[in-house]
Write a protein that binds this ligand. Structure first.
Ligand SMILES: Cc1ncc(COP(=O)(O)O)c(C=O)c1O
Length: 471
């Protein structure tokens, strides 16, 4: 037997414990200081990208460099090279300033690096994730028989919904794909939906034309009569309607489609009902707000992103369904190398992913540390921030285009402020606040969202000043 010692582990990749300790403690302090500067600094990137690209070229990886230098360099570039979600004057898209328990979860997941594909590899994480899934399902009054999993994002969860709807609609879809259907398949969502649905249709092989964008009611919600008309027209033309997607919290205006009316139509027409509550689903955490989602319990499946309003680190989405059998049908596989293959339990047999990160720990720790009460207060706080901004803008002659009970405001500047896109560009370029331009019911609006959980009165004042500068 060869007793010669094996080569040492590569110290740059696997430093000894004392070096890990030293670098880890230093990194924690550096990040904390950097975060403090980020929260006070420019929300928009300030880096000279031409210079940065040239600098990047010097990394040709021919010789190693000290890790600490690389860490310092990365933090510094991150401090100036991104739109800062951690800044309380970020009133932007649904990306949150991440909560601290979720950041701790990422450290734990990174250290242990558990493989969440299988319950035999990771019995504790798999049981923990499924416990959190049940807790969220209960909050949505989703039946006790419901099941689900953590996904990388709302888009993956929504894609899973389309696969379930297809699998439910035809026994041969699993084997034959869309050839199993007697005509082109169709699914329905409002024209204010998240437009990743087009990519999802492409990805699933049903084609982008399978998506029918249904008219809204003039207030940013799907018009149920227009939905019915679209389904009737498609049936008359020989197409096969599959699924209704109601959005609970549209990306542009935070509007909630009429969930009960959509559920009635889906039921009468025998269609799958998916509720895309990627952002708005967070309202379930609040006893005061959860009523705005009445009807969500009638869905066949639901998407909720914890990495949006529940402020976990990205990507941490939840897919819920009452039809666990379809998940098992859509994602079944059989191999001899996996340590366990239990249908309905092992994540790799229930979801798009195979190798999986321990995503659910982020929400578990946030929920454990804050309770539903704390998460609910966080969500309500977002609504209070938006109410305050609304009050201030109305007093200054602005108009509000949307009427959302959630934490997004679509604001129209007074006459004489010029066009919305120029105004938004000016605000963003100032670095004092970050908002987005969007279209709401055909009008250009300034979209303002309470995306950061630490926004305070001074931050609201800074936003109002930036929006009204020169007037
Ligand atoms: C309503 C809605 N659905 C789906 C998505 C896509 O989610 P993700 O970016 O997590 O894939 C978004 C993203 O903003 C959204 O607002």
């Amino acid at each position: 037997m060869n007793q010669k010692s094996l080569p040492d582990a590569i110290p740059a990749l696997f430093p000894k414990a004392s070096d890990r300790d030293r670098i880890g403690s230093w990194l924690t302090l550096e990040l904390e200081e950097s975060l403090r500067r980020v929260q006070k600094g420019s929300v928009a990137p300030t880096i000279d990208m031409q210079k940065f690209r040239a600098e990047l070229e010097t990394f040709d990886f021919s010789k190693p460099r000290p890790l600490e230098d690389a860490l310092r360099w990365t933090i510094e570039r991150m401090e100036h090279g991104i739109v800062q979600m951690a800044n309380p004057r970020y009133f932007g898209l649904f990306n949150p300033g991440a909560n601290f328990p979720a950041q701790c979860a990422d450290r734990i997941a990174g250290t242990f690096n558990p493989q969440l594909a299988s319950s035999a590899s990771s019995p504790v994480p798999v049981a923990l994730e499924s416990h959190v899934i049940r807790a969220v399902a209960r909050r949505a009054n989703f039946g006790e028989e419901s099941t689900g999993h953590f996904a990388t994002g709302g888009s993956e969860a929504n894609y899973t919904a389309l696969l379930c709807a297809l699998t439910a609609a035809h026994a041969n879809f699993s084997n034959q794909g869309v050839r199993a259907f007697a005509g082109p398949v169709k699914f329905y969502t409002s024209r204010d939906c998240h437009i990743a649905w087009l990519k999802i249709a492409h990805q699933a092989g049903v084609g982008r034309a399978a998506l029918r964008l249904v008219d809204t009611d003039g207030c940013g919600r799907m018009d149920p009569q227009a939905l019915l008309r679209a389904i009737d027209e498609d049936r008359a033309a020989g197409a096969i309607p599959l699924m209704v997607v109601a959005t609970a919290g549209t990306t542009g205006g935070g509007m909630i489609d009429p969930l009960q009316a959509c559920a009635d139509i889906a039921e009468q027409q025998e269609l799958w009902l998916h509720i895309d509550a990627a952002w708005g689903g967070a309202a379930l955490a609040s006893n005061r707000l959860r009523g705005v989602l009445d009807g969500i319990e009638r869905a066949d499946s639901i998407t909720i992103d914890a990495h949006k309003w529940l402020a976990t680190t990205m990507g941490c989405a939840i897919f819920l369904t009452t039809r666990g059998d379809l998940l098992s049908e859509a994602f079944h596989a059989s191999t001899s190398f996996m340590p366990s293959s239990i249908s309905g339990v092992d994540p790799y047999l229930n979801s798009v992913q195979w190798s999986r990160r321990f995503l659910g720990l982020r929400l578990f720790l946030a929920l454990t540390a804050a309770g539903w009460e704390g998460l609910g207060a966080h969500v309500e706080r977002g609504v209070a921030v938006i109410e305050r901004i609304k009050e201030r803008l109305l007093a200054l002659g602005w108009k509000i285009a949307n009427d959302s009970p959630l934490a997004v405001l679509d604001a129209i500047p007074p006459a004489g402020f010029g066009d919305v896109r120029t105004l938004v560009r000016r605000v963003v370029a100032s670095g004092r606040a970050w908002v987005a331009p969007t279209l709401f019911e055909g009008r250009d609006v300034v979209r303002i969202c309470a995306a950061n959980g630490e926004t305070g009165t001074e931050d609201v004042n800074a936003l109002i000043a930036a929006l009204n500068e020169g007037h």
